[in-house]
Design a protein around this ligand. Sequence first.
Ligand SMILES: Nc1nc2c(ncn2[C@@H]2O[C@H](COP(=O)(O)OP(=O)(O)OP(=O)(O)O)[C@@H](O)[C@H]2O)c(=O)[nH]1
Ligand SMILES: [Mg+2]
Length: 480
Amino acid sequence: MKEWVTDAPTFAVVGKINMGKSSVLSTLLEIDDDKLIRVSSTPGETTRCQALPLTFDDKEMIRFVDTPGFSRALEAMRAIQDLHGEGTPNLSTIKQFVTEQLEKGEFEDEARLLQPIIEGAGVLYVIDPSKPLRDAFVAEMEIIRWTGTPRMALLNEKADHAERTEEWRSRLGSYFNLVRTFNAHRARFAERRSLLKSLLEIDEKNKSRIEETIRLIDSEWEQRREESAEFIMEFLAKALKHRETEKINEKDEELEHRKERAKDQLKKRYYSNIAKLEEKTYGKLLKLYRHKLLKVEVAEEKFHGVDLSSEETWQKWGLSRSQLAIAGGLAGGAAGVAIDIGSAGLTHGLGTVFGVLTGAGGAFFKGDSLPELKITAQGVSFDGDSHKALIMGPPESDNFAWILLDRVLHHYQEIVTRAHGRRDEGMIDGDGAGWVRQFGRDRRTVIQKWVITQLKGAERSFDPEVFRELVKILEDVEAG
Ligand SMILES: Nc1nc2c(ncn2[C@@H]2O[C@H](COP(=O)(O)OP(=O)(O)OP(=O)(O)O)[C@@H](O)[C@H]2O)c(=O)[nH]1
Ligand SMILES: [Mg+2]
């Protein structure tokens, strides 16, 4: 009875211990969880075979088998040769070797890793080309060749010693049907997809099943991109419409220092709530792209969402001044767009607004001081009683929306390019270049028009044209 190979095309991932076999599979299958695939710097981490299916709608499309590494390849090669006697060992010699060794236990690792292969699995042979090409590696390649199974070699370069890669390539070329690079710590969707495509070249008989799998991962990826665009649009709409309100009493109004303190508090709350909205969005994106180790730390000092109180934020992200002016102009005179607070969708249980008492508009942000939050003191009724309240938000700068979008795009890229084979607890950190400055004029205009409607408190957040544009933007960000 076959233990490892089923109806689905099956590929065993083999190689010397510690070459990154488990890491390659983690990245390929988007599993960043050590409980599901153990990855470790300690050689010999994987001691038993583990079936890892690629499943869609509960159907196992392709099966991979993680295996223990070759630990005594040279000795195993000699033992197989001794078993065979004269001539070249073949699949039946290997079968005999495996059966014997599973009982004897002298070459336990080798016997286990060869088991799925003698059952009919194809081979993905992982090597790290920064390692010198020793005899033990040649022995591994010989043994695999003797099995006669369809086989592909994967160069998983762990360190930057590219000078050995060519030597490895030419040697591997004589043992394997195909040689490809696949870096477990850097591979993105495109590389994962192309690895699956390579399986077509070594495994003709499973062509239609592999092609179907590629179609499925493509449509899943597109769906994730669309969902991401939706999350990002929802976030922007919420952030642009966000207002903070606080009841103030007469003393707060009359005494300047109390008024200032109330304003400061409100401002802090405003900034922190925008940051929370941003973090929530990253949380959704991380989940969508199956990241458990990559984190956005809510309570960390290091990162607390967008820091709108920092001048750096306003200089680093968003559009340049001239781009803003153009985007604004094209979208219909947006520079310093006036917002009618009365219609801006007051939430927080506020009753009727019965008169704006004071209005304060900040200046267009010039890069030398932080933009002010729009603030009004208004008369409102709470529970039937009249009160005054400070209402604050959004920042008086046309760049606000662009900063938010820029940061989300940057983080989206961090998320989609992070390989699941990595086991360090990564943090989304916010360092990096911006995206929106590279947008063409039309793209900026489409977005700016929508931004204005949202700032004005439009009830509908979703706009099909903006959504389609966002999907295209995300596609560009993935490729960038
Ligand atoms: N820098 C870097 N490190 C890698 C890469 N691939 C794997 N590693 C590291 O190499 C070590 C071994 O990785 P594993 O995936 O556990 O290797 P393995 O071949 O499964 O090892 P065994 O199961 O012990 O045979 C781990 O510390 C990995 O993080 C890579 O592409 N780049
Ligand atoms: Mg392993």
